[in-house]
Design a protein around this ligand. Structure first.
Ligand code: AKG
Length: 281
């Protein structure tokens, strides 16, 4: 499909699945490295989630493993982050100098619970830093979920509500009349695709973790692309806005450590500009 058709579909439906970003021949290797990194760092990542939950905040869903800034642990997927298949869309939406704002992984283990309807940062109202409603009707942040296993309705292909990106609010705070953020939504669909494909969506689109009813883990990367003018500092540990808006308020946020310097230096040249804003000093 042409770039302009993809952009039109993003504006109309809120999402699009880009096939074959990671070639079939490489995807098993990428998946194995990402899972190994998550398992290696599991105790630390679980402790961070437990501490956030202990403060009374809503975070994640039981049975879902995650690792923030997984690129600090494995760079196996780095060559694809600036894939032309994705960057031509990012460039068409945001112009030059776009930046990556999130590089995490999520693993839905068999039997995980359903998540709650939300939009991604900066629209998730459970986060200390979020845009107040009503939202302006503009695509300001592009989220993506990378399928490192096939996604289907058995193993927890993400629930989405097509068209919800045009709403001026989302159910994350649990305050929308007649909408239970934990319950199925009448027009929800489940994203399906083969391993190596990438779901791209307007970060405003309502989505939620789906239960994995299969007996194999469902593995994904979460990568987000932002225009240069979107202030990412509230979600960057160590930046003054993060200190002021998240630490000092006792809130929770989408947040990540910067890239390690040696990791940044090892990245492919075309990927470095996407991370240059977010490297340890
Ligand atoms: O892993 C999924 O299917 C959904 C992930 C999600 O909700 C998110 O990244 O905000």
């Amino acid at each position: 499909m042409s770039v302009s058709s993809i952009v039109s579909q993003l504006h109309r439906d809120g999402f699009y699945v880009v096939d074959g970003v990671i070639p079939e021949t490489d995807v098993a290797h990428v998946r194995e490295d990402v899972v190994a990194a998550q398992v290696r760092c599991n105790a630390a990542s679980e402790a961070a989630r437990a501490a956030t939950r202990a403060k009374g905040h809503r975070v994640g869903a039981d049975g879902v493993g995650s690792l923030r800034q997984v690129i600090n642990e494995t760079q196996v997927f780095a060559p694809y982050v600036a894939s032309r298949k994705l960057m031509k869309v990012v460039d068409a939406l945001f112009g030059p100098h776009a930046r990556v704002s999130c590089t995490d992984c999520v693993i839905n283990y068999p039997g995980n619970e359903r998540g709650y309807w939300h939009s991604d940062w900066p629209y998730n109202a459970t986060n200390a830093s979020h845009i107040p409603t009503p939202y302006p009707d503009a695509l300001m942040h592009l989220s993506s979920i990378w399928m490192l296993t096939d996604f289907n309705d058995q193993n927890g292909g993400t629930f989405i509500v097509p068209g919800s990106h045009r709403a001026d609010n989302n159910p994350s705070a649990g305050l929308m009349e007649d909408i239970d953020r934990d319950a199925p939504y009448p027009t929800e669909i489940q994203v399906k695709g083969s391993a190596g494909s990438v779901l791209i969506y307007d970060s405003r689109m309502w989505h939620s973790v789906a239960p994995n009813l299969s007996d194999e883990a469902r593995v994904a990367l979460i990568i987000r692309y932002a225009p240069w003018w979107l202030n990412l500092n509230p979600s960057h540990i160590g930046k003054p806005e993060h200190e002021m808006m998240v630490v000092e308020t006792g809130g929770k946020n989408y947040e990540s450590q910067p890239l390690k310097r040696d990791v940044f230096e090892s990245l492919p040249e075309e990927v470095k500009p996407l991370y240059r804003h977010w490297v340890e000093s």
